[in-house]
Design a protein around this ligand. Sequence first.
Ligand code: LLP
Length: 436
Amino acid sequence: MHHFAYRDGALHAEDVPVARIAQAVGTPFYCYSTATLERHYTVFAAGLSGLDARIYYALKANGNLAVVRTLARLGAGADIVSEGELRRARTAGVAADAIVFSGVGKTEAEMAAALDAGIFQFNVESEPELRALDKVARGRGRAAPIAIRVNPEVAAGTHAKITTGTKQNKFGIPWPQARAVYALARDLEGVAAVGIAAHIGSQILDLAPFEETFVKLRDYVLALRADGHDIRRLDVGGGLGVPYGAEAPSAPAEYTGLARRILGNLGCHLMFEPGRLIAGNAGILVARVLYIKESEERRFVIVDAAMNDLIRPALYDAWHGIVPVAEPAARAPLAPADVVGPVCESGDTFTLERPLPPLRTNDLLAFTTAGAYGAVMASTYNSRRLVPEVAVKGDAFAVVRPRPTYEAMLASERLPDWLAAAGATAARGRPDEGSR
Ligand code: LLP
């Protein structure tokens, strides 16, 4: 369910015509619907009512401050994977004691920053990481609350690049080894093992892998308690999928119902880290058609968005809906089109042979379900400016990350001394640029 729909022949984000934003902001841009974000959060939260449970929104899906603040105001905590995300979450208004720090490669500096902030929990992914955290925390006279991320060895049945819960993945610690790491943790003064964490992958449509995981986690909690550990928290990660096209993922209520049934009476604080589920369908990427290039074999629709703005199709062969912003006539003939960007790589292809209505230069297109892992994965490849982001609420819209100027983009680089003097002007463009 989302709030992007045609009204009077024009695609709207809530009550705002998308074309109006395009006119004000230029293209390409991301557009987020506040009502959709709020709805996804509240539906998930409703499924947890009465449980000692909390949503720790996975910031990596969409860390825009406006998005995170919208969710924080509803009570969301944050799942972070870097100091940058820690700062982002705090700036957006997430309480420190509602932040969980995941990831296989936390640096000591990041651990120190998170300890100083007073975060809720560190999810530890290896024994060396445990020792490093112990050292950093002891140096500060603290004991870091930790969960050990176990690898439940469950195949999530999703794309290989976003599967995380099998032996072949770098994530977590296999259970037999994890048990020994808990024993080690007990002897370390700088850590307090209070929980177990797992995350098996992303864009998982079926409940079966979750069920298998939850049952294992339940057993792990009981086994660790039998070993004498005071396990009070259980972090089940994120991963529930969203419909990009025809998929029919399990509903959030079924997922939370499953968690309630298997984990609800363990006496643990239950932690959920959804990312895509909250943000995915709350965002679109809007682009303009630059050229139509037709040959005998293909119809190429060349748009002004590219793989640097939305990399999911190039990286995962991901499918995104593509809809004209001006609603096509009901009987408009559909013909296959390859929608491609301007970047100089064949991989800069959003879709191949997609049945699309007739399109012309200057038409606006929306790539749907682009709110998660869209803008956050954008780059400036080909020296394209970072794609801007716009938030909509009702009939209002605001640019929440502006498109940088070319001057700002170039000014962020420095020439070394040996190039800064004579002869460098040609490389810099204008003589007054590059010296800032
Ligand atoms: N928790 C942990 C520890 C994670 O690694 C992730 C995602 C999540 C939570 C949130 O998962 P979600 O609910 O969003 O599925 N860039 C890829 C997805 C990478 C997911 C990485 N980890 C994509 O565009 O499909």
